[in-house]
Design a protein around this ligand. Sequence first.
Ligand code: GMT
Length: 381
Amino acid sequence: MKIGIVCYPTFGGSGVVATELGKALADEGHQVHFITYSQPARLDFFSANLFYHEVSVRDYPLFDYAPYESALASKLVDVVRFEKLDILHVHYAIPHASAAFMAKQILETYGIYIPFVTTLHGTDITLVGKDPTYKPVVTFSINKSDGVTAVSESLKKDTEEHFEITNEIKVIPNFIDFTRFSLKPKDHFKKAIAPNHERILIHTSNFRKVKRTSDVIRIFQKIQEKIPSKLLMVGDGPERASVEQLCRSLGICEHVRFLGKQDAVEEILSVSDLFLMPSESESFGLAALEAMACKVPAITSNSGGLPELNIDGFSGYMSNVGDVEDMANKAISILENDEVLKQFKENAFKRAQDFDLKKILPEYVNYYNKIIAESHKLNEA
Ligand code: GMT
């Protein structure tokens, strides 16, 4: 199959899923074309089946806002025509689904009929998409997609609740590649972080408000009062400065390290004992799955799709959003006993295996085949 993938090429979850999916499809022999405005963060190697087409937006003094959506649609038309793609798969509805729809319409004028699949990731629905600024376009482009997938049942439900959806939404959960995410021997790094065998807690995110990063610090402070521990804060974003300020005012800076954006997250996860994700909303929680794959249990909120990933009392624990006290107590109950911690680590790994790339990839391939077959039927009629 020849597949075009559109995504945000950044460290965000949707871009990571899109890139990992494309890489896995290419490994299976499919030809995969990434169409984005810059090289995706995890696409930094050569593969015979992987192609990258950059969308460049021409600036002009008239434009206060450069028309990225038009540039993307034009690029899609070009790539589909000349690379003879079978299907387009766009990740994150805004503005990728509407650009794909426009490209599809233009391509029909050339006698080319290409179906497109839209994958909803979370904030494209729960935060940005349902804002009146974008809602009519998001609703329209979801309904006009030839296939729609959501990364959790919760996101599917949210979408159906907040938009007038006439299309069937298929849930295909996010996945993990165990060849990359697994426990790595990094004892020297562990010693450097926790020289006195302190427990190591970790949070990875884009430090947006929705991640409640200040809750991470407050949970850690409570844990630290009971159990000698260190906190690794991985990632960067708008909340970083205020979170650092909070550490200073709580007087816990010496126990917290801000590592910024990191490529080899799996190595940092490998030295960690517990993952903290107190998010306000989380359609799936890919970062928690990455942690679990490296045998790191997770303390998460129970919002959005997190209950579909984290099994309360098994792979970690869940609490209500904002219940810092409860999250800290549950973390302590895991960390205070070596045997309990060991068991939770094994359980987290076991749970992560349910989302093994090898299990989820065929779901996408089968879905593409179904959508392509339906589209052929429709266009022959
Ligand atoms: O979490 C973010 O802010 C990034 C965002 C994205 O679209 O890049 O992540 C969303 O998609 C991820 C991959 O499907 C999910 O694992 C995250 O839960 C989801 N984030 C939210 O719903 C807040």
